[in-house]
Design a protein around this ligand. Structure first.
Ligand code: GLC
Length: 474
């Protein structure tokens, strides 16, 4: 049975539940569906919504200089009316804003773009029939369509971030979780009685519009759940995923409709992740703001990270990561077999902060010369290398290409790699192609790289090996 048949079966309401588990996707089908994503390695995240115009300022004062300003409504404990009244006049997307994002993403070497169709504040960027708290009603524009069109024009795969948490909806029963944020947390519901099921219907309604009206969607990036409120109970998560798959059979989804160990979570902290994922809870796990210490064989993962410390734009956060950190993070992640989803937080008019433009451009310049060592590679065969990192690729001729990313240039101009099968190895600088001398011993291969690092951030030395690398331990 093909995936399409499966989806037809799932779409038939009578059969849905029971068949689902029995007809799970085969490993080969799954590999096929995940292929582009595993090869892509680098994506752009975009946090943009009503909060962007507020820019981390409330009543003329900075709310903070650090931390997520897409949470500003919750940080200042504002009800939705007050928040919307202040934020809407400051949210004025310039015509054509989305092309600046997608050109930048493409130039940086990103293969996909994931953007906030709705964040926790509940304001939807599309033109929704089930909501009037949306760009269609408020701005008479469909910003999702504008962004999707821009992605297609620049050849990027499209990802929808969608928050299942919703601070504006009057049926969202926030008291059911002690752990999820809400501006009115610990206060009684203003409208006394709420029925969470009605919120879930609304959530499913908006998601249905998103996956039905914009052509092929490549990623659904859910956010997020708590240990005490998650999954089927909180969001009717399995039904939601089935509906999405019914419309978008090839879609790739993350794990954040859940927060249980089987779905890759061990607790509430952002680093409380487990290196495991039963596919029924999603396709990949989502380490946030950190790079796991080791790779996770057999688990697809993506580190999402900010360029300063906030996801949504703040005019007060100047803690920008250096180009060196950004580029080395991407390399580190690729060397462990993961993807890097790097965030920009455009301003209320949709323009990208200058510092983010510069950082992305620096990554692009590096990727232009060295992208081959990132795209389509797999994790390093070495546990640790003193000089930096390594990625690898199997070539059609059966040879292995090792990409040695040199962070610390050897003082004596000799790069040593703990390999026992370097006999016929060949080496060159990836950028520019200069051939390098190789000496092979029983326990190591030595590459003559010369005295001066061509690239102070990361120079890539390509080492072609016969067969599979035989790593010398210890
Ligand atoms: C968190 C935050 C959120 C951000 C997201 C990105 O869960 O709530 O503001 O969108 O992480 O990973």
């Amino acid at each position: 049975m093909t995936r399409r048949d499966l989806n037809r079966v799932l779409a038939a309401p009578v059969l849905a539940g029971g068949w689902l588990e029995a007809l799970a996707e085969s490993a080969a089908e799954r590999d096929g569906r995940m292929k582009w994503w595993r090869e892509a390695r680098f994506g752009m995240f975009v946090h943009w919504g009503l909060y962007s115009g507020l820019a981390g300022t409330w009543e003329g004062k900075p709310v903070a200089t650090r931390g997520g300003m897409e949470w500003i409504q919750q940080r200042v404990k504002s009800d939705t009316d007050t928040y919307a009244k202040r934020a809407i006049p400051l949210f004025q997307p310039k015509p054509g804003f989305a092309r600046q994002w997608t050109r930048l993403a493409r130039q940086a070497g990103c293969k996909y773009l994931v953007f906030t169709t709705k964040h926790h504040d509940g304001f939807a960027l599309h033109d929704s029939k089930v909501s009037d708290y949306d760009a269609g009603s408020v701005l008479k524009r469909d910003l999702v369509k504008e962004i999707v069109d821009a992605c297609r024009a620049d050849g990027l795969k499209v990802g929808f971030y969608h928050s299942v948490i919703d601070w504006h909806h009057d049926q969202y029963e926030y008291a059911r979780s002690k752990q999820l944020p809400h501006p009115l947390k610990d206060k009684p519901y203003p409208n006394v009685a709420r029925e969470h099921g009605k919120y879930i219907d609304y959530l499913h309604g908006e998601v249905n519009e998103l996956v039905s009206n914009y052509g092929k969607i490549d990623i659904l990036w859910w956010d997020y759940s708590a240990v005490d409120f998650q999954g089927q109970d909180a969001w009717r998560a399995f039904d939601l995923m089935d509906k999405v798959r019914g419309r978008q059979p090839a879609v790739i989804m993350n794990n954040r409709l859940f927060r249980i160990p089987e779905a890759g979570f061990t607790g509430m902290g952002t680093s409380a992740i487990a290196a495991q994922l039963n596919p029924k809870y999603g396709d990949f796990i989502t380490p946030e703001q950190h790079i796991p210490a080791t790779g996770m064989p057999g688990v697809d993962w993506e580190t999402c990270m900010t360029m300063n410390t906030t996801w949504g734009f703040s005019e007060h956060d100047h803690a920008w990561k250096s180009n060196e950190v950004l580029i080395r993070n991407l390399i580190d992640i690729a060397s462990k077999g993961g993807n890097y989803l790097l965030n920009i937080g455009p301003k209320g008019d949709g323009s990208v902060p200058e510092e983010s433009v510069r950082g992305m451009e620096a990554m692009g310049a590096w990727m232009k010369a060295n992208g081959e060592s990132i795209y389509g590679t797999s994790a390093s065969p070495f546990e640790k290398l003193t000089f930096g990192r390594c990625t690898q690729k199997k070539a059609a001729d059966g040879k292995t290409r090792l990409y040695l990313h040199v962070f610390d240039w050897p003082k004596d101009g000799k790069l040593t790699v703990p390999l026992s099968n370097g006999g016929k190895a060949q080496a060159r600088l990836l950028a520019g192609g200069k051939r390098l001398g190789v000496t092979a011993g029983d326990r190591q291969v030595t590459v003559d790289v010369g005295g001066e690092a061509p690239d102070k951030i990361a120079t890539v030395v390509e080492l072609r090996l016969e067969g599979t690398p035989e790593v010398v331990k210890g």
